[in-house]
Design a protein around this ligand. Structure first.
Ligand SMILES: N[C@@H](CCC[C@H](N)C(=O)O)C(=O)O
Length: 276
């Protein structure tokens, strides 16, 4: 079965986007893994699927698969590409689009200057809901990780789980060695995305993210939101933060209570057809 797709990226976090509103098909997890391969497949960090919603108050359903084939709850850079895709492919004429994810509703706004603003919803901080094994909320937790030892992290869910570590310099941070050890540590029963954050000043951070199920990516939207939330909760940041990632910059705003807003670009690289 052949399906049309678009290859897109948000700051170098790259996606294959498939419309299953006007096409029908199904992509098995093994096939997702094959297609994600950068030599034997198309190559992508995540596969994004556009589906009909299951409720009347939203425009689409948004499903996300990591490169390892696992289905996940949210993807921030993907959300911006999702908005650009459904608009450019004429699946909607709306510039404000409400989308159902595995973890609730997010709202996407296409701006006149080619950016997409995403209302990512409220951060989830209650440990059991992240899920993270701690008895009660704290801005920072000390955890013991096999192969690393004791480290301090912030734990935040943006629909998907994130651990946020502060480092002096992201360029020398142990992303490749600590990322996989933390990703699978037992304190996060559904695994975790791991952010390494360098605080430049109260409104600027540098960030690298080792993503659950995909490895280090050039940018992670939910990771940027989680890092800013964690940085504000730990007293290092003030509302309105520019996050500099290896692939470019995102602007994240959180008032300390309500939804997190993320602003950034979304680009289409090419379109094609793939046999699934
Ligand atoms: N790249 C993403 C996050 C994708 C999902 C993540 N790897 C997970 O497993 O939760 C983003 O931009 O947020």
């Amino acid at each position: 079965m052949w399906l049309k797709f678009s290859k897109m990226h948000g700051l170098g976090n790259d996606f294959v986007v498939v419309d299953l509103v006007t096409q029908s098909g199904f992509i098995r997890p093994e096939r997702v893994r094959e297609l994600a391969h950068r030599n034997f497949g198309i190559g992508f960090d995540q596969l994004l699927i556009v589906e009909q919603p299951s409720r009347p108050d939203v425009d689409f359903k948004y499903r996300i698969f990591n490169a390892d084939g696992s289905e996940v709850e949210n993807c921030g850079n993907g959300a911006r590409c999702f908005a650009r895709f459904v608009y450019d492919q004429h699946l909607t004429g709306k510039r404000t689009i409400r989308v159902e994810t595995a973890n609730g509703i997010i709202e996407l706004n296409l701006t006149d200057d080619n950016q997409v603003v995403v209302d990512m919803g409220k951060p989830i901080l209650i440990p059991a809901d992240i899920p993270f094994s701690a008895n009660q909320f704290a801005p920072e937790y000390s955890i013991e990780v096999d192969g690393i030892g004791a480290i301090n992290i912030g734990a935040v869910s943006m629909g998907n789980p994130h651990a946020v570590l502060r480092v002096d310099d992201v360029d020398t941070a142990p992303v490749e060695s600590w990322g996989p050890l933390l990703e699978s540590c037992p304190q996060f029963p559904r695994k975790v995305n791991v952010g390494f954050m360098q605080v430049v000043d109260e409104h600027n951070i540098r960030l690298r993210v080792f993503e659950r199920g995909s490895g280090e990516t050039l940018a992670c939207g939910t990771g940027a939101c989680a890092a800013v939330v964690s940085g504000q909760l730990r007293g290092w940041l003030k509302p309105g933060v520019t996050v500099s990632l290896p692939g470019g910059e995102l602007f994240i705003e959180w008032d300390g209570e309500n939804s997190v807003n993320m602003t950034g670009p979304a680009n289409t690289v090419f379109e094609g057809r793939v046999n699934v």
